[in-house]
Design a protein around this ligand. Structure first.
Ligand SMILES: Nc1ncnc2c1ncn2[C@@H]1O[C@H](COP(=O)(O)OP(=O)(O)OP(=O)(O)O)[C@@H](O)[C@H]1O
Ligand SMILES: [Mg+2]
Length: 236
C-alpha cells in the first residue's frame, strides 16, 4: 500500500463484521469533524457508479464467483481511490471510508481467494492514517443485524459458498469465517481496535481521542451557512 504521509489530508477508515457499528461510528466522526470546521469527505464501499450496474446484475443473477466478486469490488475501489479518495487527500481534507481494503481481505479470504493475491490486487491503495477495527463477538453482531434487518441478501449471507441451505444459517457461518479473517488482519496491519460492545457514545469518545492528534493543519470546510453542533452521547 502507498503511504498516506505523501498527502496533506488524513484518511480514517472503519472495519468490522456486519453489525459491528462501523457506520454508526463513522457518521458521528464525520459530523464531529464538520462541527470543528474541517473539510471532510465520505467514501462508502461498493458505491462507484462505474461498476454499479455490473455488480448489481452479477449479484441479482448469482453470476459472481469468488474471483469475479473480488475483481468487481477491486474495480469499484480503484475508481473511488482515483476519484473520491486521493483528490480530497491531496487538497488536505479528511477522508472517511466506511469499509476499506481490509473488507476485501476478510471477505475474499473467507471465500477462499489467495491472501497474497488479494493484497497484491489492492497494493495501489493508500494506507489509512488510522484504520479502526470494531471488535464484537459474533452473537452480538448477529443479534443487531438479524433483529433490525431480517431480509439478508444472497452474497451477504455467503450463499454462493454452499455452506448451508438456509440463508440465516449460511450468514452465521460466513460471518464467523470473516471474523476469523479479520482477527488475523488486525495483527498483520496494526489496526486500532475499539471494543464494539461498549455504548455508542463511549466508543465515539475513544475514536475522537485517537483521531484528534492528526487534525492539525487540515483543510477547513467551506462555510455553507449550516451550523454543525457536536453530538451528545447516544445521539446518532
Ligand atoms: N455500541 C452499540 N450498542 C448497541 N447497538 C449498536 C451499537 N452500535 C451500533 N448499534 C446498532 O447496531 C446496528 C448496526 O449498526 P451499524 O449499522 O452501525 O453497523 P455496521 O457495522 O455499519 O453494519 P453493516 O456492516 O451491516 O453496514 C444498528 O441498529 C445500530 O443502531
Ligand atoms: Mg454499515
Amino acid at each position: 500500500m502507498q503511504p498516506s504521509e505523501q498527502y496533506r489530508g488524513r484518511l480514517f477508515v472503519v472495519e468490522g463484521i456486519d453489525g459491528s457499528g462501523k457506520s454508526t461510528q463513522i457518521d458521528l466522526l464525520y459530523k464531529w469533524l464538520l462541527s470543528r470546521g474541517h473539510a471532510a469527505f465520505f467514501s462508502e464501499w461498493n458505491s462507484s457508479p462505474l461498476v454499479k450496474r455490473t455488480t448489481s446484475r452479477g449479484k441479482r443473477r448469482h453470476l459472481l464467483q469468488p474471483l469475479t466478486f473480488s475483481l468487481t469490488h477491486a474495480t469499484d475501489f480503484a475508481d473511488r481511490t482515483e476519484r473520491s479518495i486521493i483528490p480530497p487527500l491531496q487538497a488536505g481534507a479528511a477522508v472517511l471510508a466506511d469499509r476499506y481494503v481490509y473488507t476485501a481481505f476478510a471477505r475474499d479470504g473467507a471465500r477462499g481467494c489467495d491472501p497474497a493475491w488479494i493484497r497484491e490486487l489492492y497494493s495501489f491503495a493508500v494506507r489509512p492514517t488510522v484504520g479502526f477495527y470494531f471488535r464484537v463477538p459474533l452473537d452480538v453482531a448477529l443479534d443487531r443485524i438479524l433483529s433490525g434487518r431480517p431480509e439478508l441478501k444472497w452474497y451477504e449471507a455467503g450463499m454462493d459458498l454452499g455452506l448451508a441451505d438456509d440463508v440465516v444459517a449460511s450468514f452465521k457461518l460466513f460471518q464467523a469465517r470473516i471474523l476469523e479473517e479479520y482477527e488475523r488482519i488486525v495483527e498483520e496491519f496494526g489496526l486500532t481496535v475499539i471494543d464494539g460492545t461498549l455504548p455508542i457514545g463511549v466508543q465515539q469518545q475513544q475514536v475522537r481521542e485517537i483521531v484528534e492528534p492528526y487534525l492539525d493543519g487540515l483543510l477547513s470546510r467551506p462555510d455553507d451557512g449550516r451550523i454543525y453542533r457536536p453530538l451528545r452521547e447516544g445521539e446518532a
